[in-house]
Write a protein that binds this ligand. Structure first.
Ligand SMILES: *[C@@H]1O[C@H](CO)[C@@H](O)[C@H](O)[C@H]1NC(C)=O
Ligand SMILES: *[C@@H]1O[C@H](CO)[C@@H](O)[C@H](O)[C@H]1NC(C)=O
Ligand SMILES: *[C@@H]1O[C@H](CO)[C@@H](O)[C@H](O)[C@H]1NC(C)=O
Ligand SMILES: *[C@@H]1O[C@H](CO)[C@@H](O)[C@H](O)[C@H]1NC(C)=O
Length: 333
């Protein structure tokens, strides 16, 4: 470079600088933009209504007026009785439900309700979360949905520490709810049978516990506030079973297949969020008999036998949603 062109370059740079300074001083807000570089928060762009639009390709045309949680007012005078019994509807459980809904709440917290665009992540319990270091990324979502008895304490680096909602049923409520949740976590009961309403009623109003009718002993003492409890609308179980798995709604007693809590949570999230990501979903191959399935305990696929869940069929449904871009995976699926 000759010294002449070097001077030219310097003069040009000086001119640019003078213009920048002049411009920024003339506009207070520009000044901030030019000289302070705010570290942009790396978050996914959120498009209002995007999940709903994409999900309609899979779920077809269905009413989105359904509330996420069951409300007392819908059971005082049962206007349109449910077509199905649990887990797909509330037929036959109305009286029990009335008592439960009278002592619990159904509102969505204002902090979530008021969001223009809701970014949600459904955190599965899968082994793939181990050593994933996804904790920080998970905590950044507006709504973090967790499942069953998945622990958080001791796994924060991989699974995060924020829990907006936890879907559970009595047999999967097996932990210290105070340690594994935030004080404002919504504990969302997924009822599979009428006994599940009975259990939550006895826990919350300290009535005599029921011990029969569960496939695994649920907690007899469960320290939660009734304000934290919500009852998931069984409508989502119906939609997941019917639209994602094509299960018959009326099944013979012996077959009784049903969606997992994970698939149910994705279905609910697609109804309520604008962006849905999943992490920790997926099971090992059926031949892989030694591989543990959860990030926190040493059980294998064998433990799923007789659970009424068809994990290979669910995997196909989730693959389809990933392919269409209805949901996105944060861990390998
Ligand atoms: C969905 O159903 C509603 C009412 O049943 C109807 O008005 C609407 O046109 C339908 N939309 C599509 C895309 O089929
Ligand atoms: C996770 O990391 C620890 C320590 O680096 C290692 O011992 C362990 O084998 C890893 N677990 C998995 C499942 O990769
Ligand atoms: C589970 O789903 C797969 C794939 O749809 C199917 O081939 C298989 O027969 C199902 N298993 C049971 C036990 O229904
Ligand atoms: C999502 O899953 C696909 C395979 O289905 C995989 O190739 C991709 O790496 C996964 N994404 C992430 C972020 O793990």
């Amino acid at each position: 470079m000759t010294s002449k062109s070097r001077w030219k370059l310097l003069a040009m740079l000086a001119l640019v600088l003078v213009v920048m300074v002049w411009y920024s001083i003339s506009r207070e807000d520009r000044y901030i933009e030019l000289f302070y570089f705010p570290i942009p928060e790396k978050r996914e762009p959120c498009l209002q209504g995007e999940a709903e639009r994409k999900a309609s390709k899979i779920f077809g045309n269905y009413s989105r007026d359904q509330p996420i949680f069951l409300q007392l007012k819908d059971f005082f005078w049962v206007k349109t009785p449910s077509a199905y019994e649990l887990p797909y509807g509330t037929k036959g459980s109305e009286d029990l439900l009335l008592r439960v809904l009278a002592i619990t709440s159904y509102a969505m917290p204002e902090s979530i309700q008021s969001l223009k665009c809701r970014r949600c992540v459904v955190v599965g319990n899968g082994h793939r979360l181990r050593n994933s270091s996804l904790g920080e990324a998970i905590n950044k979502y507006d709504v973090v949905i967790r499942l069953n008895n998945a622990p958080v304490a001791g796994y924060e680096g991989d699974v995060g520490s924020k829990t907006t909602m936890r879907l559970f049923y009595p047999e999967s409520a097996h932990f210290n709810p105070k340690v594994e949740n935030n004080p404002d976590t919504l504990l969302v009961l997924v009822a599979f049978k009428a006994m599940d309403f009975h259990w939550i009623e006895t826990i919350l109003s300290d009535k005599k516990r029921v011990r029969k009718g569960f496939w695994k002993q649920p907690p007899l003492i469960w320290e939660v506030s009734p304000k934290q409890i919500r009852i998931l609308n069984p409508f989502f179980m119906e939609i997941a079973a019917d639209r994602l798995l094509s299960l018959p709604m009326q099944q013979p007693r012996k077959i009784k297949q049903k969606p997992t809590t994970g698939l149910l949570a994705i279905t609910m999230a697609l109804h309520f969020c604008d962006l849905v990501h999943i992490a920790g979903f997926g099971y090992p191959d059926v031949y892989n008999k030694k591989q543990t399935i959860h990030y926190y305990e040493q059980i294998t696929l064998k433990s799923m036998a007789g659970s009424g869940h068809n994990v290979s069929q669910e995997a196909l449904a989730i693959k389809r949603m990933l392919e269409i871009g209805v949901i996105k995976n944060l861990t390998y699926f």
